[in-house]
Write a protein that binds this ligand. Structure first.
Ligand SMILES: Cc1cc2nc3c(=O)[nH]c(=O)nc-3n(C[C@H](O)[C@H](O)[C@H](O)COP(=O)(O)O)c2cc1C
Length: 188
């Protein structure tokens, strides 16, 4: 299974109560020490890989979250690292926290090297949708890709993940952590 950075149980709590093979999903934050803290905790707790989500330099405009005044559950993994209390008059506090405070929108291929420098775990990229990016991912040394359009919640008009599988087929490891129970291996 792939644990989201946003999980309501901490990296440690999940590790101590679950024997499944665990990967940890994270982002690169403006404050790199936060990413490093999460990644290294996951490594210490026996997670087997880091899944870096690369399709969200900023959050998409999640109109349903805004309309519903979505309130983020407490981000327990961040306790003691950063304040997650974000007040916004504009609806979604997830958007306010992730996009404006936390995520590093300058994320680029060179940052894979940085991630590799802080962990010995394999690194997978989540959010790849083209053959070109899959090739580039291999070139910069990632260990796998997750073909995903983030549920089409990030960018309008992204292709459905299933429609690009043929294009990236030789390089595919899996399709989407949300579907881990239906993990598909197209690598053969
Ligand atoms: C409530 C919710 C929370 C999500 N949180 C994350 C997250 O923290 N990190 C992430 O990479 N994707 C997150 N996603 C996106 C899913 O991982 C997944 O990409 C999406 O459901 C589409 O599935 P697919 O990737 O198999 O196409 C979230 C999706 C939903 C519905």
């Amino acid at each position: 299974m792939i644990l989201s950075y946003r999980s309501t149980c901490t990296i440690e709590e999940v590790a101590s109560s679950c024997n499944a093979v665990r990967f940890f999903q994270c982002y690169v934050y403006k404050r790199r020490d936060i990413s490093a803290n999460l990644v290294q905790r996951a490594e210490r707790c026996g997670y087997k890989a880091i899944v870096l989500t690369v399709d969200s330099p900023r959050l998409g405009r999640r109109e349903k979250d805004i309309k519903n005044k979505m309130v983020n559950p407490q981000l327990k993994n961040f306790e003691g690292l950063v304040s997650t209390q974000v007040s916004t008059d504009d609806g979604s506090n997830i958007e306010a926290f992730d996009a404006n405070t936390a995520f590093d929108a300058s994320l680029s291929w060179k940052d894979i090297g940085w991630l590799r420098s802080i962990t010995n775990l394999p690194v997978l990229l989540k959010g790849v949708l083209t053959h070109e990016d899959a090739i580039k991912a291999v070139e910069v040394g990632v260990d796998g890709i997750v073909v995903s359009n983030h549920g089409a919640r990030q960018l309008d008009y992204v292709p459905p993940s299933i429609s690009v599988l043929e294009e990236v087929k030789p390089l595919i490891l899996a399709v989407g952590p949300a579907c881990s129970s239906q993990l598909l291996d197209f690598s053969t």
